[in-house]
Every structure is written in structure tokens, then in C-alpha cells.
Design a protein. Structure first.
Length: 330
């Protein structure tokens, strides 16, 4: 019965496509062929994607004017997702349908057609997808073109620039899951020392299990002021420390825990909501300046918020990159 049901779903999608994107007669009797991103998916035999779009009522959305950029998972990618999650597209609960819909929207950029050349020209960076997280904010997507086009560190484009009249489709080999704070910390090489600090704090007696918390899609939400690698190198030099460790002249796990807590705020605070005045982190009271985009710690040390790297939105919180490590009261 499942095979019959899935066949019916795909037939329904096909009929929708034929009905809505076929030849239209204009006033002069000529014909204009419209090929939407849904047509492109069907033409590339992305039957699992088509079934998922139908199951979540997204077919008509992607047949709209757009433009859309769609990162379309292969059938194998969808099989891996369904196997790992136990989801059944023929029998989704209300909450499961909402989850699958949000995952699908996490593959869609609305309002622009982004080509592979565009991405390669940028090298790496962030954009927003149609998926939403805390406070209905659009989730971020990190792309890196060092070795092909890789999305959120996990999904690689295998067939780029399949053009439609309402956008472009790039076929990818892995479903792009809803990102967490950990997703963005681990995929951007400029934040690798932050990841090291989180892992090192966890080796002691952390106030919170850092890696587990930032990786948990159901946690938070949190706002994280994320220091760059240069910021960590500078603070170690400032404190005359050689690195993370329990030896003399090293930043021990307990102190690392206290430092990290000073970078985390409860709640999802995007840059537009940054106050002008006190900000309570989990470990210190900071003073924010929402005009100059700075944070002043209890030691009167100033951290600049990198304005080109704000509002990196995950499903469990938002990240703002800063250029100086925040320290609790010394």
C-alpha cells in the first residue's frame, strides 16, 4: 500500500506541474513554456524531494514567481534522512509535517537566484534560508567553496546551475539539517579555537555541558558572542598564557568555563534587539553600545561586534562574532 500511496503522491505532483506550468496561450496565440524549480526536480528524477514537497504542501510555493535558489537533496540523501529519523512521508503527524517542512525550507533561498559562480566568487560566508527558528527568525546557511560547494559543513553540491524560469536548482548529496550553534562554530575555521575552548571546558566540571548544549536543537535559545581565533590568541598573550591546560602558564578548565559563560546570554537576541546598556550573560554583566556595536566587560575591556558577522541564526540560538574575548571580573 505504501508503494501505491507514494506513486499516487508523485502522480499528483506531476499533474500539478502539467496543469500549472505547461504551455499558456497569450493574447497573440503564441506559446510560452514555463519551467519551475519543481519541474527541474522531476526532470532530474528527484522523486523523494517531490514526494516530500507534496506531503508538506510546498509544491505550489515553489511554483510561484520566486526567484528561488533550491539546494535539492538526491533520493539517496532523503533515504538516509528518513532511515535516521524514522519519518514516514505517508504518515506524518502534525509536528512531524512541520519539522519536514522546515527542513525542506532550509534548502531554499527566496528572492534571488544564486549560481555556483556567485558562491565560488564569494568563497565562503552566510546567507539566510526560508526555514525559521526562535522568534520566527530565518535560519542561516554557511557555504564554503574551498573544496567544491559545501553547505553547513555537511552537504556538497553535486550538480550545479540547473536553471528554471523561477530560479535555479543545485542538487546536493546530503539533506541540510536544521543548524545549531555548534553547526556554525564547527564549520567556520575562523572559530576553531572557540570549539577547542568549549571542548576543553567540558573536561573539567563545567557549569553547563558546553558542546552538548550548543549541539542540542531543543536547548535554549541562547545568544552567543563568538570570539575569533585571533581574539583567543590575543587574550592568551594578554594574560601571558601559552594555551589551554592545567599546567603552569596555561588557561585551566575552571577559568575557561568562567570565560565562556561571559559570552552566553539566555534568549535569542538579534543585533536589532541589542540594548544600549547592561547585558547579563551567564557569567558577567556587560555594557552594550548598540550604536558603535561594542561590548564592555567588567574589566573595562572593549569587544567589537563584527558587523558583517552578526545574526548567524541557528535553531537553538543566534551567534554574533566578536574581535576580543570577554573576561569576567579579574
Amino acid at each position: 500500500m505504501k508503494i501505491i500511496s507514494k506513486t499516487f503522491k508523485l502522480l499528483t505532483v506531476f499533474l500539478l506541474v502539467i496543469g500549472l506550468t505547461g504551455c499558456d496561450d497569450d493574447d497573440n496565440g503564441s506559446n510560452m513554456q514555463t519551467t519551475t524549480v519543481v519541474d527541474i526536480a522531476l526532470a532530474n528524477n528527484l522523486t523523494s524531494l517531490a514526494a516530500a514537497l507534496e506531503a508538506t504542501d510546498l509544491v505550489s510555493t515553489l511554483q510561484g514567481d520566486g526567484p528561488f535558489t533550491v539546494f535539492a537533496p538526491s533520493n539517496d540523501a532523503f533515504t538516509a534522512l528518513l532511515t535516521a529519523t524514522g519519518l514516514d512521508l505517508d504518515n506524518l503527524s502534525t509536528s512531524e509535517e512541520a519539522l519536514v517542512r522546515n527542513i525542506l525550507l532550509n534548502h531554499v533561498i527566496i528572492g534571488t537566484s544564486v549560481t555556483a559562480t556567485d558562491l565560488v566568487g564569494l568563497g565562503s560566508g552566510y546567507t539566510n534560508t526560508a526555514a525559521t527558528g526562535p522568534n520566527n527568525e530565518n535560519l542561516s546557511l554557511y557555504f564554503d567553496t574551498t573544496n567544491g560547494v559545501v553547505l553547513n559543513g555537511a552537504s556538497t553540491v553535486t550538480s550545479a546551475d540547473n536553471f528554471a524560469t523561477n530560479g535555479v536548482v543545485h542538487i546536493v548529496d546530503t539533506v541540510i539539517d536544521l543548524p545549531t550553534i555548534a553547526t556554525f562554530a564547527t564549520t567556520n575555521p575562523a572559530l576553531s579555537l572557540l570549539v577547542d575552548a568549549l571542548a576543553y571546558a567540558d573536561t573539567g566540571s563545567p557549569t553547563v555541558p558546553f558542546i552538548a548544549t550548543v549541539s542540542d536543537a531543543s536547548a535554549g535559545p541562547f545568544t552567543v558572542f563568538a570570539p575569533t581565533n585571533t581574539a583567543f590568541a590575543n587574550v592568551l598573550a594578554e594574560l601571558e598564557l601559552s594555551g589551554f591546560g592545567e599546567g603552569e602558564g596555561e588557561l585551566n578548565a575552571a577559568t575557561t568555563d568562567a570565560v565562556l559563560l561571559s559570552h552566553i546570554v539566555s534568549g535569542n537576541i538579534q543585533s536589532s534587539g541589542l540594548p544600549n546598556g547592561p547585558v547579563m550573560t551567564l557569567g558577567a554583566e556587560l555594557t552594550a553600545d548598540n550604536v558603535n556595536f561594542t561590548l564592555t566587560d567588567p574589566n573595562d575591556r572593549v569587544s567589537n561586534i563584527v558587523t558583517t558577522l552578526v545574526n548567524i541564526q541557528g535553531i537553538n540560538g543566534v551567534v554574533h562574532v566578536i574581535d576580543t574575548v570577554i573576561l569576567p571580573a579579574l
